[in-house]
Ligand binder design. Structure first.
Ligand SMILES: O=C(O)CCC(=O)C(=O)O
Ligand SMILES: [Fe+2]
Length: 226
C-alpha cells in the first residue's frame, strides 16, 4: 500500500530544517547501500552519525509516532532514525530495492525494513524531475509531494528517483519495522480502521462500531509480531 500522509512537519519546521541542512556537510549517498545500489545511486546524504541528522531525525520520529494516519497505515514497531538526502545537477537513484535488514552506525538498532518513507523537505516548485517512482502490480506510481508531506510504500517494492534537472530536492527518508510484516494484511487493517472511524464520525459509537473495533483488534492480535 502506498499512502500520502500530509503535514508531518509544519511549514516553520520545514524552513528551519532547510536552513540547518543547507549549512551542513553532505557525503556520497553510496555509504548506505550494497553493491547493486552503489551502481545506480548518485546523490548526497548527511553522514549516519551526523549530530544534525540525529537531532532532526528525532523530531521527525516524534512527529510520526504522534500522527494517527501514519500509525494506522504503518503500525510501527521500530523506526530506524531518519536519513537526509539531496539531489541536484542530474543526480538520481536508479531502480533498486531497499535492503531487508537495516542497521545504523552509532545506534544498536537492527530492524527488518517493512515500510519505506520519504518526507519531502523541498516544495515541488523548487525543482524539476526528482519524482519518486514506485512499482507495484498496478504499474509505476510517480510521487512528488509538498514540503512537510510524507509518502509511505512497501519496502518490498522496486523504486527509483528520477534525475533532478533543475534546483535541489532535499528529503528525509526512513525505514520502519511494522508489527504486521505483510503489506496486504497491513492494508486490510488500515481499511478497516479508517472505515470504523468514518462510521464513528457519522453516527457516533454503536453496538456495530464496538463489534467492528473488536474485530480489528482480534485481527491485529492474530497478525502482530512484537
Ligand atoms: O529519495 C528518495 O525519495 C528515496 C531514497 C531511496 O530510495 C533510498 O535511499 O533507498
Ligand atoms: Fe530506496
Amino acid at each position: 500500500m502506498m499512502l500520502h500522509i500530509p503535514g508531518v512537519l509544519t511549514p516553520a519546521q520545514v524552513s528551519e530544517f532547510r536552513q540547518r541542512l543547507a549549512a551542513s556537510d553532505w557525503v556520497d549517498g553510496r555509504v548506505t547501500v550494497g553493491a547493486q545500489g552503489a551502481q545506480v545511486k548518485r546523490n548526497r546524504q548527511l553522514a549516519e552519525t551526523s549530530p544534525l541528522a540525529v537531532e532532526l531525525g528525532e523530531i521527525i520520529t516524534r512527529a510520526l509516532a504522534a500522527h494517527p494516519l501514519f500509525f494506522s497505515a504503518v503500525l510501527p514497531l521500530r523506526i530506524l532514525p531518519p536519513y537526509f538526502n539531496s539531489y541536484a545537477g542530474g543526480e538520481h537513484y536508479g531502480s533498486h530495492i531497499d535492503g531487508a535488514i537495516r542497521n545504523r552506525a552509532g545506534t544498536p538498532l537492527t530492524i527488518r525494513s517493512d515500510v519505506s518513507s520519504t518526507l519531502f523537505l523541498s516544495g515541488p516548485e523548487e525543482y524539476d524531475g526528482g519524482e519518486l517512482v514506485v512499482m507495484d502490480s498496478y504499474g509505476a506510481h510517480e510521487v512528488k509531494l509538498p514540503a512537510g508531506d510524507l509518502i509511505v510504500y512497501p519496502s518490498s517494492s522496486v523504486h527509483r528517483v528520477e534525475p533532478v534537472t533543475r534546483g535541489e530536492r532535499v528529503c528525509s527518508f526512513m525505514w520502519t519495522q511494522s508489527m504486521v510484516r505483510d503489506d496486504w494484511k497491513r492494508g486490510m487493517l488500515f481499511e478497516l480502521d479508517q472505515n470504523i472511524q468514518k462510521l464513528r464520525g457519522a453516527h457516533g459509537d454503536s453496538e456495530a462500531t464496538v463489534g467492528l473495533a473488536g474485530h480489528y483488534h482480534n485481527l491485529l492480535r492474530m497478525w502482530a509480531e512484537l
